[in-house]
Design a protein around this ligand. Structure first.
Ligand code: B4P
Length: 190
């Protein structure tokens, strides 16, 4: 099984490049952000809880997201692997993912780290907010999300670097140029 984590700051292109990866490698896609937004849209209890955090640019609590993941994974068994988009976002989530995969006799194949500077991230997310109306794509919330990324999510990079799984790719250029670099890294571990 090809288990790919796509990692990076908000706006680094995780969702965008996931679409390309899914098509090229026949992978299931697990985007915790998409799952949470669907819960919000459907007005579920989980959605109401998630909205409180997402609208402030904070992370939804680990136990909620980890609990959600096991259910989603079970529904994606028929593919050649999985792309984890926006998960893990904390060390605790990273440990939980490794445990869940180990119980299935699997492991993480590669962590693609999309590297983009902060002004470009802000620019992209503001632009997306103007088109999509996403409640968390406004300047104040974007700044909180970037702080959360620096403090809670980016420490995971060291963890994956130490395990030799981290492939850092410059996430600036056209979507196709960036994808060529990603595919080159994935082909080495396939
Ligand atoms: P996500 O949905 O994961 O949102 P994101 O970090 O903004 O990334 P996304 O994938 O959507 O954007 P992309 O970089 O592709 O999370 C949203 C919120 O949900 C979080 O803040 C958190 O509250 C909650 N959440 C999600 N997962 C969680 C978890 N595991 N634990 C706790 N809470 C969780 O693209 C951004 C924009 O850039 C797009 O408009 C795109 O078109 C553009 N773009 C992409 N590539 C480009 C390029 N090469 N050039 C120019 N523009 C580009």
């Amino acid at each position: 099984m090809l288990n790919i984590i796509i990692f990076g700051a908000p706006g680094s292109g995780k969702g965008t490049q996931s679409e390309n990866l899914i098509t090229r490698y026949n992978l299931a896609h697990i985007s915790t952000g998409d799952v949470l937004r669907a819960e919000i849209k459907n007005g579920t209890e989980l959605g109401k809880l998630a909205e409180e955090y997402i609208s402030k640019g904070q992370l939804v609590p680990d136990d909620v997201v980890i609990g959600m993941l096991a259910n989603v994974l079970d529904s994606k068994k028929d593919k050649a692997g999985v792309i984890f988009d926006g998960f893990p976002r904390t060390i605790a989530q990273g440990e939980a993912l490794e445990k869940i995969l180990k119980e299935r006799g699997e492991e993480i194949s590669i962590v693609i780290n999309l590297d983009v500077e902060e002004p470009e991230l802000i620019d992209r997310l503001i632009k997306r907010g103007q088109q999509s109306g996403r409640s968390d794509d406004n300047l104040e919330t974007i700044k909180s999300r970037l702080d959360v990324y620096k403090n809670q999510t980016s420490p995971l990079k060291d963890h994956y670097m130490n395990s030799g799984k981290l492939a850092t790719i410059k996430g600036v250029g056209t979507i196709d140029q960036i994808f060529d670099l990603i595919a080159e890294a994935v082909d080495k571990v396939k």
